[in-house]
Design a protein around this ligand. Structure first.
Ligand SMILES: Nc1ncnc2c1ncn2[C@@H]1O[C@H](COP(=O)(O)OP(=O)(O)OP(=O)(O)O)[C@@H](O)[C@H]1O
Length: 293
């Protein structure tokens, strides 16, 4: 096996430090002793064949799963096992492999609902995170009607002020990501590439410091992938972010990532710069099989 060179620290502050985490599902070890340190402003790629454990790592970072072994530190806070909504509030946002927009809402409303999560109380956030039967507008209406939250604030000047600010922030965000002209369009009427962009915009509305992107180029045509690369670079700079990117499209991975970690069967098989990874025999073997090396 080729040597795994440790990443040489740039001396910058870490945004996240993943400290040797393992995730077991019964007898299956989906992730085995995974570690990664991401610095502020970095864009790191997490790649590997299907089933390698990439999404499971996102699920551990975001609180969907608690690692069987190991710890995760976000800005020096141990977030291992914290509820997902607390982790969002601390500053980690994600997108999913399959687009998860609120279908019956407009572009504006999709971002507004994420803006509101900055203001909603714990119970409301839990409801949003756990309500599977309600979608889109129905969910929004239900949240607004909750007699343990909204009546207390509805009509008060504080609420009105906050709502006004949320709407302004939503419009500002849509302008910054180039979606303002579509604000009143139904979200699902947008072309596929723009729906992906909207999903990322919705994640940005929670003001993350770390953004996890799970296969954002999936299903995109070559032109949309090129635009996505520009967009990822733009938000990295404009929103003062760090990004961890899962992606199968190697053109996108090699085009935007500053360094890469490669997984196979839950284990790290290589870490390094894109050019080093491209020629790493272990990586070529994992993707193409023994005959390739
Ligand atoms: N909740 C779960 N229960 C049992 N097994 C699981 C669970 N979640 C994931 N796995 C298994 O863990 C392994 C890693 O899955 P994971 O989805 O993390 O891989 P991946 O690298 O993201 O794959 P892909 O590129 O296809 O999305 C797979 O064998 C998967 O079947």
């Amino acid at each position: 096996m080729a040597a795994i060179l440790p990443f040489i620290s740039s001396g910058q502050e870490s945004v996240i430090n993943i400290n040797h985490i393992t995730m077991k599902f019964g007898g299956l070890t989906a992730v085995d002793n995974f570690y990664l340190d991401i610095k502020k402003g970095e864009l790191v790629g997490l790649i590997g064949p299907n089933g390698a454990g990439k999404t499971t790592i996102f699920n551990m970072i975001t609180g969907v799963y608690t690692p069987t072994i190991g710890e995760i530190y976000f800005e020096d806070v141990n977030i291992t096992g914290l509820p997902a909504n607390t982790i969002t509030k601390l500053g980690i946002a994600r997108t999913f492999q399959n687009i998860r927009l609120f279908h019956s809402m407009t572009v504006f409303e999709n971002v507004l609902i994420a803006e509101t999560t900055k203001f909603l109380d714990y119970k409301t956030k839990t409801l949003m995170a756990t309500t599977n039967s309600l979608k889109g507008k129905d969910l929004f209406v239900k949240i607004q009607r909750q007699n343990w939250f909204w009546p207390a604030v509805l009509g008060t000047s504080k609420y009105k002020k906050e709502l006004k600010k949320m709407k302004e922030d939503t419009m500002l965000l849509l302008e910054r990501v180039g979606l303002a002209e579509y604000a009143n369009y139904p979200a699902t009427s947008l072309p596929y590439g723009k729906q992906r962009k909207l999903e990322i915009a919705r994640a940005l509305a929670t003001a993350p410091k770390l953004l996890l992107l799970d296969e954002p180029a999936a299903g995109m045509n070559p032109q949309e992938s090129i635009e996505l690369m520009d967009f990822i670079n733009q938000i990295l700079n404009d929103f003062d972010l760090s990004i961890l990117l899962i992606e199968h499209d190697m053109k996108v991975v090699m085009g935007v990532c500053q360094r890469l970690t490669v997984l196979d069967y839950g284990k790290i098989i290589a870490q390094g710069l894109p050019d080093e990874i491209k020629h790493n025999p272990e990586v070529i073997k994992a993707y193409l099989g023994d005959d390739a090396v």
